[in-house]
Write a protein that binds this ligand. Structure first.
Ligand code: MG
Length: 377
């Protein structure tokens, strides 16, 4: 099996994770074959990717531009159908936000190996997605760096973990007071100190909402109760997360922050491939590694997310919907940075949660939350 070629569908190919996925595939073109590429609205980049990777199926979410990518040698096919193609064995879900949910679910239901970079699918519908994965023998392999780290630490262990410790860089505004945070601009928030990521997740990292979503994601991926998941701020972003075992021993995964490593590990698993493009940790230059507890007063999104995760039902979907809407407003300079948490909190407190929701109810809750945020304006 080790040297058989994997056949991939890359959904969200023009986004940050999608582009870095294609960088990895380019480095190991003899091992991977791109069968399908789907993107949001960047038709120019998608056209260049089609030319290079020669997929059989393509898609662009932006209907106005969909005709512009038509060409000979490939067919247009929506992402959920791509996730279902018999020819495809691995589906990379690199779509950001809520748009990743339905393709992830389709891939899981088709019994594929799902390399999952999108966290909303598990946050919004973790119970459904993980249950369907079990039922259809689909494997969900995390691409999110923290979850990849935990997965790597658990590899080979037969005793369940006692505690998961998710590390957080703390974002660009670590140590800022609430008063300073009031004045933060979108431009400042988009400058992440250590990671190269898309816009939505970069803002979520600055508010620490991202870490809260990751706690919920870890809860579902590793079947770990919320009480046994901790968050630790580690500004150097060298340790990507840790696992504590029953005997008190702690395993960590270290590397320079580069998303290509978790992407590559998910794609090459169980093998590890030598990739000269990935930077090796230089211990002569490695500064000291420091740790501190997260500041939940200045960054209330972390607590809001964990609380929504614990409440379960439709609360996590409301959290995601409200956050996505609020982040869009912040990027459009319509609200302040600190309004993101405020709007999310207001929306959550006005929500009547439904327990064990079906997919429809989850999607409705998300839509309701987005509308609430707009109404508060
Ligand atoms: Mg992450």
């Amino acid at each position: 099996m080790a040297d058989s070629v994997k056949h991939l569908a890359v959904l969200g190919s023009t986004g940050s994770i999608g582009q870095q996925t294609l960088e990895v595939l380019r480095a190991f073109s003899h091992r991977f074959r791109v069968i399908a590429l789907a993107a949001g609205n960047n038709s120019d980049l998608l056209k260049r990717q089609i030319e290079e990777f020669k997929p059989r199926f393509v898609y662009l979410q932006d209907e106005q531009k969909l005709h512009s990518i038509a060409g000979a040698g490939y067919e247009i096919l929506p992402p959920e159908a791509m996730a279902n193609l018999p020819l495809v064995d691995t589906v990379v879900i690199a779509t950001s936000g809520k748009a990743g949910l339905l393709p992830a679910l389709a891939a899981v239901r088709a019994g594929k190996t799902v390399a999952l970079a999108n966290k909303e699918a598990l946050v919004m519908a973790g119970e459904i997605v993980t249950a369907e994965a079990k039922q259809h023998s689909a494997r969900i392999l995390p691409i999110d760096s923290e979850h990849s780290a935990i997965w790597q630490c658990l590899n080979g262990e037969t005793t369940p973990a006692a505690r998961l410790i998710l590390t957080a860089s703390g974002g660009p505004f670590r140590n800022y007071s609430l008063a300073q945070l009031e004045k933060v601009t979108a431009e400042q928030a988009l400058k992440h100190p250590s990671w190269r990521m898309g816009r939505k997740i970069t803002i979520d990292s600055a508010t620490l909402m991202n870490k809260g979503l990751e706690v919920i994601e870890a809860h579902w991926l590793f079947e770990m109760p919320f009480e046994r998941i901790s968050v630790l701020v580690h500004p150097q972003s060298i340790i990507h997360s840790m696992v504590e075992f029953a005997d008190g021993s702690i395993k960590a995964q270290l590397s320079y922050p580069d998303m290509r490593l978790p992407i590559q590990f998910a794609l090459s698993y169980p093998e590890r491939l030598a990739n000269p493009q990935l930077p090796k940790l230089d211990w002569d230059k490695a500064a000291s590694l420091t740790f501190e507890p997260p500041d939940c007063d200045s960054f209330p999104c972390l607590k809001l997310a964990i609380e929504a995760g614990k409440q379960g039902g439709t609360c996590p979907a409301v959290l995601c919907g409200a956050d996505e809407a609020a982040v869009e407003l912040f990027l459009a300079q319509k609200i302040k940075f600190t309004d993101i948490a405020r709007l999310v909190e207001q929306t959550l407190s006005g929500h009547q949660s439904i327990s064990r929701p079906n997919l429809e109810q989850i999607i409705e809750a998300d839509a309701w939350a987005r509308q609430q945020v707009l109404n508060y304006l």
